[in-house]
Design a protein around this ligand. Structure first.
Ligand code: UDP
Length: 353
């Protein structure tokens, strides 16, 4: 098998007029990178780690386990229990022959960010500056950053593309945008290359059931629906049924976490091939309303979801949809796990494991 791959590389390098040895080294180097996944024990991070391991990369997880879970760690990977606010620990982790970093460690509760901005400034902004500075100091220059649709604020047009104005309406969204600006400057001044992935609504669990750690104190719709189904909460409150949408409830672009994870692998491999810095939306351009999500959950699980209509939640736009066309063009990435049925069934499976 290896010999066949070498023959293919030599042939294609001869066609491209390149030196075969360099191509083989490139291939071998690209084949296996050492990735430091900061926040790799969390909900999205653990799925990213699973995808990286599946793509044969070496992974070290760096996580303070404040919201991440020990059960999300894979025994074959390295693990450093430390905080991104500890500059020495970040630098030491990077000095261990790391090729690239995926950074997902952040506080992410939008409501809380409005009440405790100082917590978000410290963890998200100062923590990331530590990572950027330590990367500059150690010469690690490739970063995949978990950004958010929250950088856009209220949509001015739909679907949202990356040229849409950025105008966050939460402090959380502001921290993500601020970090993107720092990354641009570090790109200019320090040679950083980055891919900032703006996630829309992350949902689902890996279908194989390998990642099983449930989020502590979830704030998002689908985990709340699951908890209501399992009797862990009395009912789901639907925040507003008087929006200008097909059934009066808010429409969102839900993307399966395994699709998010594969985009991280593609982004790292894109940078390893010399790709320049990018900011990319990760969504599906398919909208599902809150009520549709509840009805689809009832159909997929055969159980009735207890719910009631409540007032609107502050800051909720009626509809959010992303076009992922740029991610497709640059990374060749496409969402393939994000059908409503798969989103719900994989989540239900995780909640019943
Ligand atoms: N939502 C709801 N009840 C809940 C949680 C969320 O009606 O208990 C609605 C929320 O108003 C939004 C959608 O579900 O329209 C998705 O909210 P979520 O918090 O999951 O993500 P967001 O869109 O805020 O990033």
């Amino acid at each position: 098998m290896k010999a066949e791959i070498c023959v293919i590389i030599i042939f294609s390098s001869w066609q491209k007029n390149q030196k075969p040895l360099i191509c083989i080294l490139n291939y071998l180097w690209r084949k296996k990178m050492h990735i430091l996944v900061i926040g790799g024990a969390g909900y999205i991070g653990s799925h990213v780690v699973k995808a990286l391991v599946g793509a044969k990369h070496k992974v070290t997880v760096f996580d303070n386990l404040s919201t991440g879970l020990e059960m999300n760690l894979f025994p074959e990977n390295g693990f450093i229990k430390a905080d991104i606010l500890d500059y020495g620990a970040v630098k030491k982790a990077l000095q261990n022959k790391v090729d690239a970093v995926v950074h997902l460690a952040a506080k992410k509760a939008v409501g809380e960010s409005m009440e405790k901005p100082e917590k978000y400034a410290l963890n998200n902004i100062c923590g990331t500056l530590n990572i950027l500075n330590a990367m500059a100091e150690t010469g690690v220059n490739k970063l995949v950053f978990s950004s958010s649709a929250a950088v856009y604020g209220n949509p001015e047009y739909l679907p949202i593309d990356e040229k849409h104005p950025v105008n966050p309406v939460s402090f959380y969204g502001f921290t993500k945008l601020d970090i993107e600006n720092y990354m641009r400057w570090y790109g200019q001044l320090k040679g950083l290359r980055f891919v900032s992935l703006r996630y829309f609504n992350a949902v689902g669990y890996d279908e194989e059931g390998i990642v099983r750690g449930l989020e502590k104190n979830p704030q998002n719709l689908l985990p709340i629906v699951m908890e209501a189904l399992l009797g862990k909460r009395s009912k789901v409150q639907i925040f507003g049924n008087d929006y200008d949408t097909r059934d009066g409830t808010c429409i969102r672009d839900y993307i399966h976490v395994s699709d998010l994870a594969s985009a991280h692998v593609s982004a790292l491999e894109y940078m390893a091939k010399g790709g320049e810095s990018q900011i990319l939306n990760l969504g599906t351009e398919t909208g599902i309303s809150v009520l549709e999500m509840i009805k689809a959950t009832e159909a997929a699980t055969g159980c009735k979801v207890p719910y009631e209509f409540a007032g609107r939640r502050a800051g909720d736009p009626a509809v959010i949809l992303a076009t992922p066309a740029k991610a497709h063009e640059i990374l060749g990435w496409k969402a393939v796990h994000s059908s409503v049925d798969n989103i719900i069934k994989s989540t239900w499976k995780a909640y019943n494991a």
